[in-house]
Design a protein around this ligand. Structure first.
Ligand code: ISE
Length: 338
């Protein structure tokens, strides 16, 4: 394909608007063919000022447009399956914001539809894999330079949560990133999840336990724990300590620059995920466009999205019961074994 990849962005909420600007202004080889949203005013506002971008209210109109080469799905997770099935029917490249779908059963239906095409078409929006520190840690693990990976300690702190954010969303919307991170770092499946709740911050909404501790184990016995704290107040901080046979690696502390002034010193803490992972989102979308222009797809696959959905289901059950819950997965289809 000599020309730009012409992308229809589905969903004009916060992530959709962000991706429209990213594709139009910061991604080489891409342009926006349409912005689709059920609210015509939101679609028009998101498409405004973007050359060639039509404002539509129906994904099928975007898919029927011969200009559309690919779709980026940024609607709420419960709308993903319909959009994915429609885009797979067009057999075009798809970037689907996490989650692939909200549950493993619907995720498995999407995998079966993709498998029928005989090739991968879906990349799932686990953008942390494109964070420079995450990529460096993954390379260190693969190199074996520090011996075997033994444990992973994650801190995932949000300053506050939007209205309606629930206990379940701590798992499905937030810890889903650590489920993917542990699978990415260990290159293994997660076999069990346990969730512990304890003393709760007064800054959490009624009924929410915050912070929570999520414990997981992988196929070879790597132990991972996540402090998920979504009303931490002070800022947005996502860090990981990886423990090896011959060393420990720490990533995610926004060092700054360190400032010494007015009798104080310290680094900076960013206000939110959009700032902390801005470069990762850019790399993620550039990587997806580059691959799509070559007729390929890389990055987190629909299998990764399905496995994360299964981990979330186990996590929510563990959160509700206090028990350690096994993660149940189908056998991995051949398409996803390479
Ligand atoms: C949010 O939806 C995200 O995806 C952020 O990356 C994550 O840090 C946050 O906890 C989620 O609520």
């Amino acid at each position: 394909m000599s020309r730009n990849l012409s992308v229809a962005v589905i969903g004009a909420g916060r992530m959709g608007v962000d991706h429209v600007q990213r594709l139009a202004r910061r991604t080489h080889g891409a342009e926006v063919s349409a912005v689709v949203d059920i609210d015509p005013a939101r679609a028009a506002a998101a498409a405004a000022g973007v050359p060639g971008a039509a404002a539509l209210t129906d994904i099928r109109a975007a898919l029927e447009d011969p200009r559309t080469d690919a779709v980026l799905i940024a609607t709420p997770g419960f709308l993903h399956e319909d959009a994915l099935q429609a885009a797979l029917a067009r057999d075009i490249p798809i970037l689907c914001e996490k989650p692939l779908t909200p549950d493993s059963v619907s995720a498995w239906r999407v995998l079966q539809a993709e498998e029928k095409l005989g090739r991968k078409r879906i990349q799932v929006g686990f953008m942390r894999r494109y964070d420079a520190e995450y990529a460096h840690l993954a390379e260190l693990i693969r190199s074996g330079e520090l011996g075997e990976l033994l444990m992973l300690h994650h801190q995932h702190r949000n300053p506050a949560t939007p209205p309606g954010f629930s206990n379940e969303m701590l798992i499905n919307d937030s810890v889903v990133h650590e489920f993917d991170a542990v699978r990415f770092f260990s290159a293994e499946e997660i076999t069990s999840v346990r969730v512990r709740t304890g003393k709760t911050t007064r800054n959490a909404p009624a009924g929410m336990s915050d912070p929570q501790q999520v414990l997981m184990e992988t196929t070879s016995g790597v132990l991972a724990d996540v402090e998920i704290y979504v009303n931490a107040q002070y800022g947005y901080e996502v860090g990981t300590q990886a423990v090896f046979e011959q060393g420990v690696v720490r990533i995610g502390n926004d060092a700054g620059p360190y400032l010494s002034a007015r009798g104080r010193w310290g680094g900076i803490v960013l206000p939110g995920f959009a700032e902390r992972f801005s470069a990762a989102y850019d790399r993620e979308i550039q990587s997806w466009v580059d691959a799509a222009l070559q007729g390929d797809i890389g990055g987190p696959s629909a299998w990764d999205g399905y496995a994360a959905a299964a981990c979330c289901e186990a996590g929510v059950e563990a959160q509700k019961t206090g028990r350690t819950v096994a993660v149940e997965l189908h056998e991995k289809p051949l398409l996803y074994q390479s």
